[in-house]
Each structure stands twice: as structure tokens, then as C-alpha cells.
Design a protein. Structure first.
Lengths: 383, 394
């Protein structure tokens, strides 16, 4: 779900973002206008309230909703345009921020959950829009709240100016304030929690995909060179500490250039993908790693594996590859073989040396006729 | 100042991204302790003041103070444990739960005690939950969230049955419609500021991290990691777009295909790292030789590169190719104490009638001919329908 939303947001044009903000906020404005309206319509309740303040708040929210609708009407035909909409963005951020603040102030910012609702508005805002317009909106909302507090401190108006002590009394008009309070509390918290899981969830899924993408090879889905080197580094460290065996295998497809030239790049890609599949089916244990180092070169890291066992794995790979036929259709069928260099770490070899030794074995396999495995027999001596 | 802030923010981002249990717990404790101390301090001050202490429910005043003191002591202990284990990368579920549950539930109980619907304690609780959700994966917070929901529902139920007053820690709720006492005014505003400002800062921070990672993700998906050039998939998309534009506007458009000469030999005689170095250097040359926003330079596969040059005719494209081969000739590579030179062969084609696929084919043919002609050559031709005549040769 986060993926879907994330992709939607990534792909959304600036105009779409503004539209989305308008679509989300307008129903809430209408909800609060309705709630406040209920208090004004019921004569019993109206007597316990400062109706003029509440009317002012309704008017402010009404303006906000109308401006939202005007923006929707203005932007809907332009919704797929890619050009930025800085003015519309700034306008909607201000409208929504100040609209909800004018909902919160009459009931008291600190003693109702209105402030939680304001936080929810902020969470949607930062998710949808760039930082600059959001900062402008954030500052103007806080200035409004601050001005309200200055007014209270100066005695120009009361804290929670719409309410009177009667709103809190358990009298016949009590239900209205209780209803508003519950709506703010339950609605504010549930929507905020949803929004936060959205914000943090999409962050999680994106960091996940980022890590996956930068560690895997796009064509074959195997680990890439970077991931290979990283894991090999930690495995060598563990190997030199714990003394468990460790094997490194370099695998190179023979005459791959020829495959590409004779059968085309698409067929070459198919060979690489098949090879990658065979490799990952050869390594079973989750600690093993199959990687594509680039071009037609692949590698295996086999921790806790002796040379003989690693040799077995290489043989199995060659056998499985020998059963594979490539090509067909218009070109002729062909087979692919691999040359393999295998080296077991004896401790003490740094990463570069280990790779160089494996590379030397691979080179030897290539120069002695390809389609074979060459192993570094024991310390220093080649075989 | 700005640099230090940036460093601090990137440290926070690593904390969220890496999510090591020990450091996450430590950050949570570091964040929570000041708030708990602030709450405790304010309540202690009120308790010691004869005029203020009646604001609190007398029978609850000292028990809640002691409870807060023990919560703080517990978190300090856990903080010490987490500090000692801060280098530990393994999952430490017990540490997380022992930190998260007391903090979360303790804050929630304090919130309910002060009245969950009309205090700024909500804001405090909220900032706590947001921080936890950013530091820990959801599955580690399940217990906390379910327990919190039960506590909230339980308190609602107790209040409804009149078994527990609303805001049981206080003599009466903060605000009953007739003015707020100076103490509660101060208390509310202090807590509100202390909680809401960092919380909104955190929102901005999360969103900008999200935004940046989104861009990075797009970039990674589009670039070749070794050379930093565009990858093949993105290049094909770009080619498609440019081909449409070319067919409409009939502005010139050219394609250059180049291939490193004897790359296999470089790999075999100097090793793969040297080969990679060659590719990376060529990537850098291609990037500097083309116009950043207009041209597309891509790694087409192995040691093959391709350039897409809008607004450039055959002659211009040839010049670009020559600039690149000349720049490469200046480069000297080193591996294992040996130095070696690398050359490029290039095939150039100018697109005609928006048929970029045909032009790509012609450029590839020209590249092949350049290779045949002894390498380190450039061969250019206009991709006319079927009669592609090699125009110039070097």
C-alpha cells in the first residue's frame, strides 16, 4: 500500500497535490461547520455559548471551504500539467492551516484535542508539499495562536471564547460540547495515527527499496559488486576470527561476446539471467551469496565451506548449465559454458589478495581451454 | 552552526534507517527523560506550594510523584544498559520492550491522570509515540499499542460508570469554562511548547528525509552505479521521448555509439578492478563532454556507451565523438605498476524522420566498421532509410 501511495505521490503533478489537499480538507471543514452549526441551531445549547464567536469561526471555515472549491475548479482542468504551482500551493497551505486554527481557537487550543487535529493537518502537509510553503503556513498558524494568547493575556478576550461555564455543566445543553470534544479526540487521534503510519511507512518502504536497489543487479536480481565486496569483507573478518573455512568462486561465461554478437543482446541477457538462476539454485544456505560482478562475470561467497564441497557446487553448476539450451527461433541453438576460479581462504589473505588469487585461477581456466574449474590447491601453490 | 545541525540531522537519519535496537532505545530515553523531569519538577513545585497543592487530588499527589521518580530511575538504568551496549548490532528485543513499554504506558497513564481530552499532555504523548514509531518497526510496538488502547478504553469505561473521576490526578479538570488558573495556564503552555515544537520539527525532518530518499531511489533506478551514467533502461525511455519530439519538430538529433577497444584484454592483463577504473573514467569523460540537461550519456552494456544528442547534426555529433576520443587519449591508466592507454571506437548516426531505432542500428553498424578499420576510429553517417553511406572517415 505504501508503495502504491508513494508512487502516486512521486508521480503526482504539483496541481494534483493541491487538489488532493483540497479534497481531503474540505469534508473536515464541512464536518466542523456542521458540528458548530448544531450548537447554534439548538436554542438550549445556543444560550450556553457565545454565538457570535462561533459564527465567526463558521464563517472562517466556510471561507476556507469555498476557497478550496474555487481552487479545485481552477486547477481541475490543469491537473495533469507538470509545471509547478507555487501560488496555488502557498494559498492552499495558508487556507487549510488558518481554517483549522480558526476552528481550534474558539474551543481553546490547549484544552481540547483541536491541537492534535492541527498536528494531523501538518502531517498531511509535509507529506504532500515541499518544505518552503509548509514552513510559511506553519509560521502563520503559530503567529495566529500566539496573537490569540497575547489577546488573552491582555484581557481583550477570554481563553476559549466560544464557551461558557455552562458548556461544562452537566445540564441539558451539555451534550453538544461533549460531542464536539469526543469528535475532536477520537477523530483527531485516529486520523493522526493513520497519517503517521502513512508518513513513516512510506519512508520505511522507500529506504527498503533503496537499499535493495543499490545492492542488487538490475538485470539478474543477484547481489551486485558493491554488496559482494561488502559481504566478502565481513566474511573475511569473521573467518580470520573464528577460523571457519571460507571459499570464493569467480565464474565467467565463455565467449560471451560472441553470444552477444551472433545472437543479439536480448539472447545474451537471457543467458545471463539463466546463469543467475542456476547460481542461486546452487547456493542453498542463506549465508551463501551469489553475485553478478559486472558483464558476464559472476561470483559466489561460500562461508563455512571447504574447498572440496565448493568444488562440488561448481561441478553441479557446470552440469546444470550443460543441460541448458539457448537460442532457437531464427538463430541456431547453442550452449554456454563457464570458466571457474576457486580459492579457499587460509586466513591472513586480505580481500584484494583473495580476489586476485581467484582471478588468477579464473584466468588459468580461461587460458587452458575454458569450460573448467581451477582451484588454488594449498597456500601459495596453484594447481 | 549550520554544518553541525546538518551533521546532527544526518546522524538522526542514520538512526532511523539503520534501526539498531540499542541506539534506538538510547535515543528514546534521551528524548523522554527531559519531559519526565519537567513534569516531575512542575508537580513537585506545585506540591511544595501551599496555594498550588490543592489543585491536585491529595490522595494521588505523592503516589504519582513516587511513580514518576521510579519511572525516571528505571529509564536511567535502562539508558545505562543501552549505553553500554551501544555498539551491539544484534537485535535486543528485551531492551526495546523494557524501554518502550514503561515509557509509553507511563506517559499514557500520566496523560489519563491529567485528563486525556483537555490537556497538552496529549501533545507530549503524541511526540513520544511518533518518535517510537520512527525508531522502531511496527512489530516491536504491537504490545505497546494494544496495551495503550486497552488503558484508554478502560479509563473511558471507568469514567462512564462513575467509578473513576475524569482526570483523577487533579482536584478538578484543568478548565471548566471559567478562566484558567495561572498555574494551569503556565503548565499547559510550557508543555505545549516543549512538545509541539520538537514534534513539528520532527515532521518536517521525516518529510524531507522521505523526499530525499524518493529522489535517491529514482536516481538509483536510472543510473549505472559504476560509471554514474544513465543506465540502458532509462536511455531507451529517453530515446523514445526524443524520437517523438524529433518527428514533430524536425530539429536535428544524433546518436553516438562507442565501445572501448580491446576491453577484454585490459580486464585479462590488468585485472577487473583496472577495467572498472577504465569504465568509470570514461563515464566521467562522457559526462563532461556532453551537455548536462540536454544530452543523454548512457552505459549501454558491458564496455559499450551511447550518447543521444538533441539539436546536434552529424557534424556536431562527430565533433563530440572526436572530443571524447581525444580526451581519452590524454588519459593514462595505471595498474600493478604498469601504465597503459585506452582507445575508443565510435559510430555516429544522425536520425532521419524520427526513426531512432534505425539510427541506433546504423550507429552500431558504423561502430562495427570502425572496429574493422583498425579501431580508434570514428565513422559517421546519416541514417537515411536503407542507403547509409559512410560519409567521412578518419
Amino acid at each position: 500500500m505504501y508503495d502504491l501511495l508513494g508512487r502516486f505521490i512521486t508521480g503526482a503533478t504539483p496541481a494534483w497535490r493541491v487538489l488532493l489537499a483540497a479534497f481531503i480538507s474540505t469534508p473536515f471543514f464541512l464536518l466542523f461547520i456542521g458540528l458548530y452549526g448544531m450548537g447554534l441551531v439548538d436554542q438550549e445549547v445556543r444560550k450556553t455559548l457565545h454565538a457570535d464567536v462561533l459564527l465567526g469561526s463558521i464563517a472562517a471555515m466556510g471561507c476556507a471551504a469555498l476557497l478550496n472549491l474555487a481552487l479545485i475548479a481552477h486547477l481541475w482542468p490543469r491537473r495533469n500539467r507538470l509545471d509547478p504551482a507555487p501560488k496555488a500551493t502557498l494559498l492552499i497551505v495558508q487556507v487549510i492551516g488558518l481554517g483549522f486554527t480558526s476552528m481550534a481557537i474558539p474551543l481553546g487550543v490547549f484544552t481540547t484535542s483541536a491541537s492534535v487535529v492541527l498536528m494531523g493537518v501538518l502531517a498531511v502537509g509535509v507529506w504532500l508539499f515541499e518544505r518552503r510553503p509548509m514552513l510559511v503556513g506553519y509560521i502563520s498558524v503559530n503567529v495566529l495562536i500566539l496573537l490569540n494568547d497575547v489577546g488573552i493575556a491582555q484581557g481583550w478576550w477570554n481563553y476559549a471564547p466560544a464557551l461558557t461555564p455552562l458548556s461544562y455543566d452537566e445540564g441539558p445543553s451539555h451534550w453538544w460540547f461533549m460531542l464536539v470534544r469526543e469528535v475532536l479526540f477520537v477523530g483527531g487521534w485516529t486520523s493522526l495515527i493513520l497519517l503517521l503510519s502513512l508518513l513513516i511507512g512510506s519512508l520505511e518502504s522507500i529506504t527498503d527499496r533503496l537499499a535493495r536497489l543499490s545492492n542488487t543487479d538490475g538485470l539478474t536480481g543477484l547481489a551486485n559488486r558493491r554488496a559482494f565486496l561488502e559481504l566478502l569483507g565481513t566474511e573475511i573478518e569473521r573467518h580470520s576470527r573464528a577460523g571457519q573455512p571460507l571459499c570464493v568462486v569467480l565464474i565467467d561465461a565463455d565467449h560471451f561476446k560472441r553470444v552477444n554478437d551472433e545472437h543479439g543482446h536480448a539472447e545474451g541477457d537471457k543467458v545471463l539471467i539463466t546463469l543467475a538462476q542456476l547460481l542461486s539454485s546452487c547456493v542453498r544456505s542463506p549465508t551463501d551469496l551469489a553475485a553478478r560482478l559486472g558483464g558476464e562475470e559472476f561470483a559466489l561467497i561460500l562461508p563455512d565451506t571447504r574447498r572440496e564441497h565448493a568444488m562440488g557446487i561448481c561441478m553441479r553448476l557446470r552440469r546444470m548449465l550443460a543441460e541448458q539450451d539457448f537460442g532457437g527461433k531464427n538463430g541456431g541453438r547453442f550452449q554456454v559454458t563457464v570458466s571457474i576460479g576457486l580459492v579457499e581462504s587460509f586466513g591472513g589473505q586480505p580481500l584484494e589478495t583473495l580476489i586476485r588469487q581467484a582471478d588468477e585461477q579464473l584466468y588459468k581456466a580461461k587460458s587452458t581451454g575454458r569450460d573448467r574449474v581451477c582451484v588454488l590447491a594449498s597456500e601459495g601453490a596453484g594447481a | 552552526m549550520k554544518v553541525r545541525l546538518a551533521a546532527w540531522l544526518s546522524r538522526m537519519e542514520r538512526l532511523i534507517v539503520n534501526r539498531r535496537d540499542s541506539t534506538s532505545s538510547l535515543v528514546l530515553i534521551e528524548w523522554s527523560l527531559p519531559f519526565l523531569l519537567l513534569l516531575l519538577g512542575m508537580q513537585l513545585y506545585a506540591a511544595s506550594d501551599a496555594k498550588l497543592s490543592p489543585l491536585y487530588q491529595e490522595s494521588w499527589l505523592w503516589p504519582t510523584l513516587w511513580a514518576q521518580v521510579s519511572l525516571i530511575a528505571w529509564l536511567v538504568c535502562m539508558g545505562a544498559v543501552a549505553w553500554c551496549m551501544r555498539d551491539n548490532k544484534r537485535p535486543l528485543s528485551w531492551l526495546v520492550q523494557l524501554t518502550v513499554l514503561p515509557t509509553g504506558w507511563g506517559m499514557l497513564l500520566l496523560t489519563v491522570g491529567h485528563g486525556q481530552k483537555d490537556t497538552t499532555m496529549c501533545m507530549l504523548l503524541l511526540s513520544e509515540f511518533v518518535l517510537m514509531r520512527s525508531l522502531f518497526p511496527l512489530r516491536q510496538l504491537k504490545c505497546l499499542l494494544v496495551g495503550s488502547l486497552l488503558i484508554l478504553l478502560g479509563s473511558e469505561w471507568l469514567t462512564m460508570r462513575n467509578w473513576m473521576p475524569y482526570a483523577p490526578m487533579l482536584a478538578e479538570p484543568l478548565y471548566r469554562g471559567y478562566g484558567m488558573s495561572w498555574w494551569w495556564s503556565l503548565w499547559s503552555r510550557t508543555l505545549y511548547l516543549c512538545a509541539a515544537l520538537p514534534l513539528s520539527g520532527w515532521f518536517f525532518f521525516l518529510a524531507s528525509t522521505l523526499h530525499r530518499n524518493r529522489l535517491a531511489l529514482e536516481n538509483v533506478a536510472r543510473t549505472d552505479l559504476l560509471t554514474g551514467l544513465t543506465n540502458r533502461r532509462e536511455f531507451m525511455d529517453r530515446l523514445e521521448r526524443e524520437s517523438h519530439r524529433h518527428a514533430r519538430s524536425l530539429r536535428p538529433l544524433s546518436i553516438v555509439m562507442c565501445d572501448v577497444d580491446h576491453f577484454k584484454r585490459i580486464n585479462d592483463s590488468h585485472g577487473h578492478p583496472a577495467g572498472d577504473e577504465v569504465l568509470a573514467r570514461i563515464g566521467a569523460i562522457l559526462r563532461t563532454s556532453t551537455r548536462a540537461q540536454i544530452d543523454a550519456a548512457a552505459r549501454y552494456g558491458g564496455e559499450e556507451f551511447v550518447l543521444l544528442l538533441p539539436e546536434t547534426d552529424l557534424h556536431g555529433a562527430r565533433m563530440v565523438a572526436e572530443k571524447i576520443t581525444a580526451a581519452l587519449r590524454q588519459e593514462t591508466f595505471r595498474a600493478d605498476g604498469q601504465t597503459f592507454k585506452v582507445t575508443l571506437s565510435a559510430g555516429v548516426a544522425e536520425v532521419v524522420h524520427g526513426d531512432t531505432n534505425w539510427a541506433l542500428k546504423v550507429a552500431d553498424d558504423n561502430l562495427y566498421q570502425a572496429k574493422q578499420a583498425g579501431r580508434d576510429h570514428i565513422i559517421a553517417s546519416v541514417a537515411h532509410g536503407l542507403m547509409s553511406e559512410p560519409a567521412t572517415q578518419r
